[in-house]
Design a protein around this ligand. Structure first.
Ligand SMILES: *Cc1c(COP(=O)(O)O)cnc(C)c1O
Length: 429
């Protein structure tokens, strides 16, 4: 595999971009080696700057659910661009976008579009604080909610990959009101609420966590969380930036049949462009300016070009049969990977939910962050590089989930099977 062009571009970027990348996990630090520069995406495939082709299981960190450069999405963006790139005034696409979300996710009675998942969670927290007139918030260890100061403690994703327990530059008083609890620990949750429930504005959680590898909340844990928030007047925020429209049309809240007070969306809803959203109960959302006294704004919020991609994707994925089909494809993928690991005698487990999956170098999937950290994380970089050499692009970190798109079909599955059999055999020796 020739990667001379990627290497040259990376060297140039390292001169003028910190670490050579515009988002840390892209740098391959936790797996070693230099990142590939991507020149194009085509359905289930990425093509790098040297012309190598890979089956893509990152899918733009989950944002690409219909596959790269889907013709209908490309056409929608081209059409929107013809009409102008943005006006800083309301457009019909914002109306259609909001209407689509509130129908798909009934707990969202009102919704605001923003430009990134970070903005969505940050704004949801501010809204919950303004609504409850309380300051304290709770997050769970290993969950990632973007890089707003108050949420950047015991965070998953890149912060975890780089072993940053806390982040320099975040003043201690910015996180003074943030409590961190262990994921899936009902007792710790009850103890916390007994002591601080009545002064807690919000609990934010990834109901299906994808930033400490894939870890699903236990149903009883989430149910207890819902009950405790109700008892104490605390706003329950589901951060479904990753799980929204990926695990099911109605997100994790549909699968668990638990309604949060607020929901954050991102990734899939932007179809690969800069769109995210937050929303929830009407009485809470009415706290926002210009109705209420919680200020939140954005020059590019609800940008018509970006929304055109999101709307085109939503149109495809909300069609009959989409989720059963893609969930079945993800199941076949995990079954294939497990069989290849077993054949090679490698300790391995994996699972999928909807169109996302987790692979673990451990006999059992983890239930929380400390379990995830106990997986054989030294094995992962070997497997990552073996798969890459065999034409499969996985997330360059043992703590990220994997993603498929609707373009991943029986051909990509067959090719992945061959790559996995070779790769497990290589790392088993
Ligand atoms: C990706 C992600 C975010 C942050 O979204 P950005 O668009 O990267 O700011 C927040 N929460 C979760 C669960 C995510 O997966």
């Amino acid at each position: 595999m020739k990667v001379a062009r990627s290497a040259e571009l990376f060297a140039r970027c390292c001169v003028c971009i910190p670490g050579g990348v515009n988002s840390p996990v892209r740098a391959f630090r936790s797996v070693g080696g230099d990142p590939l520069f991507i020149s194009a995406g085509d359905g289930a495939y990425l093509i790098d700057a040297d012309g190598n082709r890979y089956i893509d299981y990152v899918c733009s960190w989950g944002a690409q659910l219909v596959g790269h450069a889907h013709p209908a999405v490309v056409a929608a963006v081209q059409q929107a661009a013809t009409n102008g790139l943005g006006f800083g005034a309301p457009t019909e696409s914002e109306c259609r976008f909001a209407e689509t979300l509130v129908v798909a996710i009934p707990s969202m009675e009102m919704v605001r579009a923003v430009s990134s998942g970070t903005e969505a969670t940050m704004s949801a927290i501010r809204t919950a604080r303004g609504y409850t007139k309380r300051d304290r918030i709770v997050k769970f260890a290993g969950c990632y909610h973007g890089h707003a100061d108050s949420l950047l403690v015991a965070a998953g994703s890149g912060a975890l990959t780089l072993a940053l327990p806390s982040c320099a530059g975040v003043p201690s008083n910015a996180v003074a009101d943030t409590s961190v609890l262990p994921y899936n620990d009902t007792q710790a949750l009850s103890d916390y609420f007994a002591a601080h429930g009545d002064s807690t504005a919000a609990v934010i959680i990834e109901p299906i966590a994808g930033n400490m590898n894939l870890i699903c909340a236990e149903a009883e844990f989430l149910q207890t969380l819902r009950t405790l928030c109700d008892q104490h007047g605390t706003v329950l925020i589901f951060d479904e930036v990753m799980s929204g429209f990926r695990v099911a049309a109605g997100g994790a809240q549909q699968l668990y049949n638990i309604q949060p007070d607020m929901t954050c969306l991102g990734k899939v809803v932007g179809g690969g462009l800069n769109v995210a959203a937050f929303g929830g109960r009407r009485d809470i959302m009415q706290s926002l300016a210009p109705l209420g006294d919680v200020y939140q704004a954005g020059t590019l919020s609800g940008n018509p070009l970006a929304l055109s991609a999101g709307l085109a994707v939503l149109d495809i994925i909300l069609s009959e049969g989409f989720y059963p089909r893609i969930s079945e494809n993800a199941k076949q993928l995990t079954a294939t990977l497990s069989a290849a690991a077993t054949a090679a005698g490698v300790d391995f487990s994996c699972k999928s939910i909807g169109a996302m999956f987790g692979i673990y170098f451990a006999a059992q999937p983890p239930a929380n962050l400390s379990d995830a950290e106990q997986c054989d994380t030294a094995r992962f970089p070997q497997f990552f590089h073996a798969m890459l050499a065999n034409g499969v692009y996985l997330a360059p970190s043992a703590f990220e989930a994997g993603f498929i798109s609707a373009a991943h079909d029986s051909d990509t599955l067959a090719a992945t099977k061959i790559a996995a059999e070779k790769s497990f055999a290589e790392i088993a020796t």
